[in-house]
Design a protein around this ligand. Structure first.
Ligand SMILES: Cc1ncc(COP(=O)(O)O)c(C=O)c1O
Length: 418
């Protein structure tokens, strides 16, 4: 395993600048503005690695995509959901790996995410999830982005925008089958589908929905949603509305609801090696891609009666040896009080006291090998021990998804490959 790339701490400044008029300014968008990224510049790029970082194992990511490719029915298409910086793993790295390993398209939530991909030369299909403001539509047309459409007004604006530049935009009509988030209600969807199908500047590429709960034992609500989706598909068939892709499964749906696969599934968390729940089906060999590490940056000995950290939440009963880890809730690590562990020398060191924005103290009395600059694992495996995203989610009172995306950009991403 060698390091292939280190992304410097992605502390970035954003400024509002006029959209460039030559290549990227969409029709009617001369006065539009977009947030543009400016890096710190070369002086920070040469900085030594911070003593806390996120490792992304590209070899495991590749393996996971291959395992999913081998697991799925041959005709089923995969869309990789790479929003929120590829769930914190790096949008470009995940999107490029996906496309190189059997995935035919990616999905993002924001125009900025799509532009990061396009600016880097990513030419594969991109689907914009969610809802688009009218000012975003020219950008979608210009940069060949497929658009989720939830209502007639946006469909009309998109049709006009595309017609103005003689383009045909792929559209995925979103059906709300019970999530009550985006989409047209299942029982009122036909007028929108018919409108999109007849507009010459729009291509009815997809019809889609999204499960509220697909990965738990009780599939009752998922079945209700699927039934509503099937009703829409039947009505489309009766009205002879052709569509390329019918899709509603996320990772949980892919694993547990094969009857709902249709033409395509949209998977986000599964290729990253984290199963969406504890009860969903497992694919042998899929393992987490992300590990979060730090190094001991202080060692002290506590005498009986002495306290640790803000709020004096821990008081030693006997002499204790403790290590300071230079990571805290400012990095996306949970704010803890005498709860949680880090791994040092392959063993669990309990978090003691209350941790801070930049520091967490652990008890290493039983780990004599632990010394200054010893490597500590906050999430991931060390030796035969492992701290999972699920465990961190419990400590944080949240879900694994939030743990993955929660690691802040002040932790540099280090990409490893075989
Ligand atoms: C519309 C939509 N489809 C698919 C996904 C992927 O979900 P998962 O990461 O559970 O595979 C998401 C993620 O939240 C989503 O919002």
């Amino acid at each position: 395993m060698h390091t292939v790339e280190i992304t410097p701490p992605a502390a970035r400044f954003y400024s509002v600048v006029p959209a460039p008029t030559s290549t990227s300014s969409p029709a009617g968008g001369e006065n539009a503005t977009i947030w543009r990224e400016e890096s710190f510049g070369p002086s920070t790029e040469r900085l030594p690695l911070r003593n806390a970082w996120v490792e992304i194992n590209l070899a495991q990511l590749r393996r996971n995509f291959r395992l999913i490719g081998a697991d799925k029915p041959a005709a089923l298409k995969l869309m990789s959901v790479v929003k929120d910086d590829g769930y914190g793993h790096g949008i470009l790295q995940v999107a490029n790996m996906a496309i190189g390993h059997g995935v035919s398209s990616v999905a993002v939530s924001t125009l900025h995410e799509a532009m990061i991909l396009r600016d880097a030369g990513f030419t594969a299909p991109i689907l914009m999830l969610g809802e688009r403001h009218g000012t975003e539509l020219p950008w979608c047309v210009q940069h060949h982005l497929a658009v989720c459409i939830n209502d007639i007004t946006t469909a009309e604006t998109l049709a006009r925008t595309a017609a103005r530049v003689n383009k045909r935009v792929p559209v995925h009509v979103k059906i709300d089958t019970g999530m009550a988030r985006y989409g047209v209600r299942w029982d009122a969807a036909m007028p929108l589908l018919e409108f999109v199908a007849k507009e010459k500047s729009l291509l009815l590429e997809g019809v889609m929905s999204h499960f509220s709960q697909s990965d738990e034992q009780d599939k009752g609500y998922a079945m209700l949603q699927h039934g509503r989706f099937l009703g829409v598909l039947e009505a489309m068939e009766a009205a002879r509305l052709p569509v390329h892709y019918r899709h509603l499964c996320n990772s949980g749906g892919y694993l547990d609801l094969p009857q709902a696969h249709h033409d395509m599934v949209r998977i986000g968390i599964l290729p990253l090696g984290v199963f969406p729940s504890q009860v969903c089906r497992r694919i042998e060999g899929i393992r987490p891609v992300m590990t979060v590490k730090t190094r001991v940056s202080g060692i002290r000995t506590l005498q009986p009666g002495e306290c640790v950290g803000y709020g004096m939440h821990y008081r030693a009963n006997e002499p204790r040896r403790i290590a300071v880890l230079p990571v805290g809730y400012g990095d996306g690590y949970p704010r803890l009080r005498n709860r949680g562990h880090a791994l040092i020398a392959g063993r669990r060191a309990p978090v003691i006291g209350g941790n801070a924005m930049d520091a967490t103290m652990v008890d290493i009395s039983d780990i004599p090998e632990a010394g200054m600059w010893s490597e500590a694992v906050l999430m991931g495996r060390q030796g035969s021990e492992e701290i999972t995203a699920r465990e961190l989610a419990q400590w944080k009172g949240t879900v694994t998804y939030e743990v993955l995306v929660g690691w802040r950009t002040r932790l540099p991403r280090v990409y490893l490959d075989e």
